[in-house]
Design a protein around this ligand. Structure first.
Ligand SMILES: [Zn+2]
Length: 500
């Protein structure tokens, strides 16, 4: 190609990009604006979006750039998109691991294609995945429509949770990022062939930082249910992880949900505990707020440690026992049709069997969970603890931990919404839930320059709602349009059962 042809081609390209840019402008007209930094909603606002960012917010009609699209916001509410700061995008929910069945593979494929759209369907425009599955995160981000995704790196100890669920012979190959824990050296030595220098807390954190993660996740877990003998991370190792993480400007997120485990997290001065406290150890049967739990929560608050309640974790498992679960009219919106049909089959009940055994009294468990959630002030420990923290002035955060296990009781997007419903049921005011899912989460991940409010300069990931989320939590499921980097997407086109 000669030089003038190159020039012409270049000119054509730049004109093409200019056209794209103006086509990328959007004006949202006459809308009621809800943004967490505002004391109250602002009516009759006009929001101009250009090149994926908010350019201006005005209280009078604005002249739209040529070619700009318009969205009539009359009678509707404009909010920032929701951030769910605890999701796991690497699991095709409910499907068995390591199957060679082509039908299962096809369902997996459809799950991963739909998953980002299901988050968007519920207004979740940013997610954070705190596990190590970089490939799956990249696959999520390669889908044509997807929330902005960020990740942490996970640092389990040799043989510890969550590796304990992978067969011993392959666990350290499947999941090759792990820390050698000297305190467990005798029973849980470094796997044969592993280089000790690569599995110190410092070496693991260095690699996590180099991978582009925003945080390091540690697991403080000595066993589920009655178990207390899983290999545990020591306080000394936790402190080394923290020091190494700070060197790289990463924050430390700790999995811990029992009183003794959360105490260790506090002692190690982690930045955030990513589960609510629902195991009160010896205090489990107590009503109200036992002093020891109150003191513990006050310590969390006083030390400035953040706290994600993840209220949906336990109900997400017990939901499997609910015979009406799969009749939920939302399921066809977030689960691909073939997968939903499969959930009804016998093989799909494998995790239910594993979790509850064949003889469980399903009706009794379901009724018990419902009653506990309803009478949370005396019954449900996680909800009680969250409410107590709120009253102390703790900033609320939103993390659904979807899926918390291989349970089809957790579904992408839908569980974020249900987490908000449970927060509301715990007596958390709607304004605090709004802040949790928007500015507080953005700040927690260190992304509040880009997300969390409807203000000039922020990324235009926005929601046009049909109802006011400061009047009812249900408004978070009354979405008209999801705006993704300035691109308006009609909600129903995101449904798993949408006509192409
Ligand atoms: Zn999790």
């Amino acid at each position: 190609m000669n030089r003038s042809l190159v020039l012409i081609a270049g000119l054509g390209l730049s004109m093409f990009f200019q056209t794209l840019a103006s086509a990328g402008s959007l004006v949202i007209e006459n809308v009621t604006l809800l943004s967490p930094e505002l004391a109250q909603p602002l009516g009759n606002r006009y929001v101009l979006v250009r090149d994926g960012r908010i350019e201006s917010v005005s209280d009078h009609p604005i002249t739209a750039p040529a070619g700009a699209r318009r969205l009539d916001g009359t009678g509707k509410y404009l909010t920032p998109g929701i951030t769910d700061a605890h999701v796991h995008v690497s699991q095709a929910i409910g499907l068995p691991f390591g199957s060679n069945d082509p039908a299962i593979a096809a369902m997996e494929k459809s799950f991963f294609a739909q998953q980002p759209r299901s988050y968007l369907y519920f207004g979740v425009t940013q997610v954070l995945d705190p596990s190590n599955m970089k490939e799956k995160v990249d696959e999520f981000a390669a889908q044509p429509q997807h929330p902005d995704i960020y990740r942490c790196g996970a640092a389990p100890v040799v043989d510890g949770y969550p590796l304990i669920f992978i067969p011993p012979a392959v666990r350290h190959q499947i999941y090759n990022e792990y820390i050698f824990e000297p305190a467990n050296a005798k029973e849980h030595p470094l796997p044969a062939g592993a280089n000790p220098a690569e599995h110190t807390p410092e070496a693991v954190v260095d690699r996590i930082a180099a991978s582009g993660a925003r945080c390091v996740k540690v697991f403080i877990e000595d066993g589920f249910g009655g178990a207390t003998d899983w290999p545990l991370i020591s306080l000394d190792t936790l402190k080394r992880v923290r020091t190494a993480a700070k060197k790289h400007g990463l924050y430390v997120a700790a999995h811990a949900n029992a009183l003794d485990m959360q105490r260790r997290a506090i002692e190690a001065n982690v930045d955030i505990i990513v589960h609510g406290i629902w195991n009160w150890n010896a205090l489990d049967g107590q009503q109200g707020m036992p002093k020891e739990i109150a003191d513990h929560l006050k310590t969390i608050h006083d030390r400035g440690i953040l706290y994600q309640a993840t209220l949906r974790v336990l109900p997400g498992v017990t939901d499997l026992l609910d015979p009406t679960l799969l009749d939920d009219p939302v399921y066809p919106k977030v689960v691909p049709p073939a997968l939903l049909a499969w959930y009804h089959t016998e093989p799909a009940q494998w995790f239910k069997l594993e979790a509850f055994g064949p003889k469980v009294d399903a009706a009794a468990v379901v009724a018990g969970v419902r009653a506990a959630n309803e009478h949370w002030a005396t019954e449900e420990k996680g909800m009680r603890a969250l409410r107590y923290l709120y009253e102390l002035g703790q900033p609320m955060l939103l993390g659904s931990d979807t899926p918390s296990g291989p349970t089809y009781g957790n579904q992408p997007g839908y569980d974020t919404f249900r987490e908000m419903q449970l927060m509301a049921a715990s007596g958390i005011p709607l304004s605090a839930i709004f802040a949790a899912g928007t500015i507080n989460n953005a700040r927690q991940i260190g992304l509040d320059k880009d997300y969390g409010t409807v203000e000039k300069g922020k990324i235009a990931n926005l929601l046009l709602l049909e109802a006011n989320p400061l009047s009812s939590v249900e408004a978070w499921s009354k979405i008209d349009t999801v705006i993704l980097r300035g691109e308006p997407i009609a909600r129903e086109t995101l449904a798993a059962n949408a006509k192409p």
